[in-house]
Design a protein around this ligand. Structure first.
Ligand code: ADP
Length: 504
């Protein structure tokens, strides 16, 4: 546990720090990228606005020049009409004298005259100033220029642009050719777009710059196409980074969990092995000392009556049997572990095998007053098996049933056919096995409920052997048990020789 906490700390803490540093530097990068972007956009916008104004000025200059040339011969309607016909950009032209009277067009309507008056008022106010003025009247922009006609008459020329032609010939021509990731939009004094190159769907308005003299109150707005802002780039980076980080953390945690499990398993195995050595040594010693004690007593001739002597012989035989069973178990176990255990499968009559196995336990069963119930189906066929191995497995089950019985001493042994398999059942009314341990008891060295089994001798390899024998015969062993109610082990072996494992 300490190891995993340490490992987590050692790996996750630096990872978190790296993530935080990454986050901070990304945010800084985002801020400076944003600043830079605004600066660039402002420069670009100023440049574009200048370009538009230059283009407009160029067009205007040409027109004013041509107008001046036409007026050199005096205010002649026909000549002026001709001039206008060749200037699609100029929608309307008014020529006024310094008192505000309309000189051109001659057939002016009343509204024209009203407009002309106001134009003259506004224009006269700026008459003294050099150059051109832009005057907005009822939403219409008029460019007012002071000119001289034939002789030295000063007159005012006011002209208005055709919006469509302005858009097409000036705005589009100047702005569409700009190669830039940003979008330029010309907006009028009310913020309505006058000209925009593409759809502004999802685009973000960055800033806007004002035009100077030629397009007063109009602005050039700069838009950022959707998804191209540094913020979005940062967001994408953060998403990728977070995903990678989560995967990294998951891998680290999984690695630690696996290592921890492995370590625990190794520690547990080491503990079980040392228990095993202690248990086996104890198991070997106990019958040996009994045999020795009884042997010595007999040798010294201290037991005079025959039945007692007979009893002593039986004890010695029983302990010797127990000893050889234990040694067989350990040897078999080591053969299994090293993969050298071989099984000799031959057709075997079942009843004699069961009875012989039980015979070996006749003494302890009788001594502990066990109620033994043996039910063997009468018409059992011969079953392909290694009789020695199955006998040993059965003996282990019976030995356990005796070992783990308490006051209610009942041993049930059954043999019958179920489906296409032989079923051998060994049941007791003993201490039982908690549900959680029922899987593990078949593991090598494992001994369930340590406190309960502590007083009982055992090495923890008996059931591991039973399972190995069962599986080597392509059969199985299962247990049904409840603490305090007893256990029922079922060994299933197939009736047909399905080609048992020669070794394992
Ligand atoms: P052991 O030498 O400890 O008996 P086994 O492999 O034979 O080893 O059995 C493993 C464990 O399973 C035992 O320690 C015991 O806790 C439990 N066990 C086996 N058989 C029985 C049974 N008939 N009743 C209760 N517990 C049993």
């Amino acid at each position: 546990m300490r190891f995993s906490v340490l490992a987590l700390g050692a790996i996750v803490a630096p990872a978190v720090i790296v993530a935080l540093l990454g986050w901070v530097s990304l945010r800084q990068w985002e801020r400076s990228a944003e600043l830079l972007r605004r600066e660039q956009a402002r420069d670009m916008a100023t440049m574009a606005a200048e370009k538009v104004e230059m283009a407009l000025r160029h067009v205007e200059d040409g027109f004013v020049e041509r107008l001046q040339a036409t007026l050199a011969a005096g205010v002649e309607s026909a000549a002026l009409d001709r001039l206008l016909a060749g200037e699609p950009l100029v929608r309307a032209l008014r020529l006024l004298d310094t008192r505000g009277a309309i000189l051109y067009p001659r057939a002016a309507s009343d509204t024209d005259r009203a407009v002309a008056r106001r134009l003259a008022d506004a224009a006269l106010a700026v008459r003294g100033a050099p150059g051109r003025r832009t005057i907005v009247l009822d939403g219409e922009r008029w460019i007012v220029v002071t000119m001289s006609a034939r002789a030295a008459d000063t007159l005012l020329a006011a002209f208005a642009y055709d919006a469509d032609v302005l858009r097409r010939d000036v705005l589009a021509a100047s702005l569409a050719s700009l190669e830039s990731a940003t979008i330029f939009v010309v907006v009028d004094e009310q913020g309505r777009p006058v000209w925009a190159p593409a759809s502004l769907e999802g685009a973000e308005r960055l800033l806007s710059v004002a035009f100077r003299d030629s397009l007063p109150n109009w602005q050039l707005a700069v838009y950022q196409p959707a998804g191209s802002a540094p913020r979005e780039a940062v967001r994408r980076q953060v998403t990728i980074f977070m995903a990678a980080f989560v995967v990294l953390c998951a891998v680290i945690v999984a690695g630690i969990a696996v290592t921890w499990r492995l370590m625990r398993r190794e520690t547990e195995m080491a503990r079980l092995k040392s228990d095993f050595v202690a248990n086996v040594s104890h198991d070997l010693k106990t019958p040996l000392s009994v045999i020795r004690m009884f042997g010595e007593t007999l040798e010294m001739g201290r037991v005079s009556d025959e039945p007692r002597r007979h009893e002593y012989y039986r004890v010695i035989t029983r302990e010797a049997e127990r000893l050889s069973r234990l040694i067989d178990n350990v040897l078999d176990f080591s053969r299994i572990e090293s993969g050298r255990r071989r099984y000799d499968i031959v057709p075997t009559p079942v009843e004699p095998l069961v009875r012989e196995t039980l015979e070996a336990f006749a003494y302890p069963l009788a001594q502990q007053a066990f109620k033994v119930e043996v039910t063997i189906a009468p018409d059992l066929p011969e079953v392909p098996m290694d009789p020695e191995a199955v006998g040993q497995a059965l003996a282990n089950l019976v030995d356990n049933a005796i070992k783990y019985s308490a006051e209610d001493r009942v041993l049930t042994v059954q043999a019958h056919v179920e489906g296409d398999g032989l079923v051998l059942v060994v049941a007791d009314h003993g201490i039982g096995i908690p549900r959680a341990e029922q899987v593990r008891i078949f593991d090598k060295f494992y001994r369930a409920g340590r406190s309960e089994t502590q007083g009982r001798r055992g090495s923890g390899v008996g059931l591991a052997l039973v399972r190995h024998v069962a599986e080597a015969h392509r059969g199985s062993v299962t247990v049904a048990s409840a603490p305090g109610e007893g256990s029922r082990f079922t060994l299933r072996l197939p009736l047909a020789d399905g080609g048992a494992h020669g070794d394992a």
